[in-house]
Design a protein around this ligand. Structure first.
Ligand SMILES: [Zn+2]
Length: 85
């Protein structure tokens, strides 16, 4: 997918997605720590943030798919890899 590598919008979206993913993993780590420490208040707050991060990731994924479909004529198998979470 050379055309994708040269596309500024793809790079922007990929970067944003990567940032969200890192944030998501960080939050999940915090959530586990809070749960492990039976800190329910923190766990609830973090779970809420995690939920929002999940939504942002979903939106970005849709945006990436839409952009690739519209601008690159890629089919449905163009989602980023290694993002199974
Ligand atoms: Zn693109």
């Amino acid at each position: 997918m050379d055309e994708v590598n040269g596309c500024a919008e793809c790079q922007r979206l990929a970067k944003a997605y990567e940032t969200e993913t890192l944030a998501w993993f960080r939050l999940e780590g915090h959530l586990r720590i809070a749960e492990y420490g039976r800190d329910e208040e923190s766990a609830q707050r973090i779970a809420f943030d995690l939920d929002e991060a999940t939504q942002r990731r979903t939106e970005l994924r849709n945006e990436i798919a839409r952009h690739q479909r519209d601008s690159h004529n890629c089919g449905s198998h163009s989602s980023p890899r290694g993002m199974s979470a």
